[in-house]
Ligand binder design. Structure first.
Ligand SMILES: [Zn+2]
Length: 391
């Protein structure tokens, strides 16, 4: 019985400490007395937990704050420089790595582009980016606290990549490989799931709780924030909406299905249509999106027509998703968000015409503010949350 009691006390202390840390993080700068007020813990408990957190360098004290008349209290702040997190967006033709502090501020960034590389070759590039970020991280009490990687594919709850059709990967255990090499906690997550979390935490979704994040890059992935939290589904496979059928007898997709949404509304679809229409494609094919935006800005009617088509198809899929989830906000993110100006009108036209009228009430359709950084920031934030949980 004694043992049980001790264990319970240990758990309660840990939970209280987490609560105090969270309160400081969300309200810094804050005094000990204000923490006691907000949490309902008594002043002695708060004081002792704050001492622990100060010793662990997760918080620090600053000069006196606003006084309500009496002695000015010492204020406490979250030490966002106590450690750093590595977030990597592993795309179909690029790798983007960021090093962030514990509040998601980017300190270092590195990107490389590639074409048709094998899994083994991509892993070598990935190691190089991680090495660069890790070796150049500023000195801190905890150093790099974790590595997160967002991938364009289906990831199960234990971090195994089951299928990444646009990379040609099947059943890949990248997580164990990275964990063994770096001896750090590793999180692997679908890029759209990570991106939706990035938008909720740092981007356009900050003030919303029912968010559909549509990541439109080479393919399309969807991340669902439901009731304020990332919804992963039973096994982690939610949001494979790039592969919902929107054309019966449509084009064959690499996933095995036909008429998938991403074949009509993604960057891949844009480039393909541009080629078919005989529009000029830059020597560096991956810059086609940018060059088409330039053409549209110059008034090229074919380029504008092409964006109309893509925007319309985006609207078709978003209509379906909206009818299923009744969201507060839809965020269109990833590279296609750069074409906001040309996509918004045709997309909205489709929604206005087709989406059930009551679904359109209290519905915001926005483009991402973080664009290409949502995934890297979101996945870096996962590691931070995990790290702060085990403190
Ligand atoms: Zn498909």
């Amino acid at each position: 019985m004694m043992k049980t009691k001790t264990w319970n006390q240990h758990v309660v202390k840990k939970e209280n400490k987490s609560l105090v840390l969270r309160t400081i993080r969300n309200n810094s700068p804050i005094s000990r007395a204000a923490i006691a007020n907000m949490t309902g813990l008594n002043k002695g408990t708060v004081s002792s937990l704050v001492s622990d957190l100060l010793e662990e360098q997760l918080i620090y004290e600053s000069g006196p704050g606003e006084s309500s008349g009496g002695r000015r209290p010492v204020m406490l702040l979250f030490n966002q420089l106590a450690g750093y997190s590595i977030g990597i967006d592993l795309g179909v033709n690029y790798l983007l790595g960021v090093l962030t502090d514990l509040e998601g501020n980017i300190c270092l960034e590195k990107q490389i582009k590639f074409k048709n590389m094998s899994y083994e070759e991509i892993v070598i590039e990935l190691f190089q980016i991680i090495d660069y970020l890790k070796n150049n991280a500023p000195a801190s009490p905890y150093g790099v606290i974790g590595i997160g990687i967002g991938v364009p594919g289906t990831v199960n709850k234990s971090g195994e990549i089951l299928l990444a059709p646009n990379l040609g990967w099947k059943n890949v255990d990248l997580k164990s490989l990275i964990e063994e090499k770096y001896s750090l906690p590793v999180v692997i997550e679908n890029e759209a799931n990570a991106g939706s979390y990035g938008e909720k935490k740092f981007g356009a979704g900050k003030d919303f709780n029912q968010i559909i994040y549509v990541s439109v890059g080479i393919g399309i992935g969807v991340g669902l924030i439901l009731n304020g939290e990332l919804y992963r589904g039973n096994n982690g496979f939610s949001g494979e909406l790039g592969h919902m059928t929107i054309e019966i007898n449509g084009t064959k997709c690499r996933c095995g299905n036909e008429g998938c949404w991403e074949l009509y509304a993604s960057e891949q679809a844009l480039v393909k249509s541009a080629e078919n229409m005989g529009l000029p494609i830059p020597a560096e094919k991956e810059h086609t999106l940018e060059s088409l935006i330039d053409l549209a800005n110059e008034g090229n009617t074919e380029a504008i027509e092409l964006f109309n088509q893509i925007g319309d198809y985006l609207g078709v899929g978003i209509n379906n998703i909206t009818n299923i989830f009744n969201p507060e906000q839809v965020i269109i993110g990833n590279r296609m968000a750069y074409a906001k100006e040309w996509l918004m009108e045709p997309l909205m036209e489709r929604i206005r015409r087709q989406t059930l009228w009551f679904q359109q009430q209290d519905l915001e359709i926005n483009f991402s503010e973080l664009t290409t950084h949502s995934t890297a920031l979101g996945i870096a934030a996962f590691s931070v949350e995990n790290f702060l949980l085990i403190i």
